[in-house]
Design a protein around this ligand. Sequence first.
Ligand code: PGA
Length: 259
Amino acid sequence: MKKPFIVANWKCNPTTLVEAKKLFNSIAKGIKNACSEQDRRVEVVICPPFPYLSCSMFHVSCFKLGSQDCFWEEKGAFTGEVSPRMLKDIGVEYVIIGHSERRRYLGETDEMVNKKLRAVLAAGLNPILCVGSMKKEKEGDFEIKSQLKKALLGMKKTDIKNIVFVYEPIWAISTTKGSVVATPENTRRGATLIKETLAELFDKSVKVKVIYGGSVDSANIQGFIKDANMDGVLIGAASLRPDDFIAAVKRVDFISKTC
Ligand code: PGA
């Protein structure tokens, strides 16, 4: 089994640096106690909001640091934007691109996603590309394929291997305490759709990581990693609950060591 990949997307939380440090500390301590760094079989990427990214405390060897977004230009008169180069300079390694909340609330288009993806790769960072539809199963396939094709326009096969793809059925994101979650079958189907689209666009030998995002917590994570055989998960709400997040990481570490 490949080393599973867990992304903690804190979204617009928490509201103060003190709380962010406290959250980070609890997660770091809990994970260290649960599974030692040397033999840990899971990669954890923490994605806090921009203002916390340069906090020295977040730059530790046991986690990778990720940003939730970035701009496509390196510098210039683009008020409010943060460039991939700036992120790289402060030690960020991953960047989430095209999250459904940015597409929905900020009007992010496929064209913008494509520009961001290229800029992130050019800066030597690793993109975490989110695709997903509000429609269930087959009805959403066209939209997901179209998002992928537009996001990857003009890219080469060599670029693709550095991208982590996230299958995010939008109907399953941020449901109350995981009340509406994709089943392992839904998830496996979504991952297959992504892999088939990439094989169509490039060729069959292209190997990528495909992870799942949508109301994942410690209680349901096993289904996605073990039953659906995903390469990892992106966790939103549950990554703000240290006990839940630590238990999720611990479970995946165990699965990874025993499967
Ligand atoms: P959630 O977020 O875990 O809160 O549903 C997941 C996501 O944003 O993909």
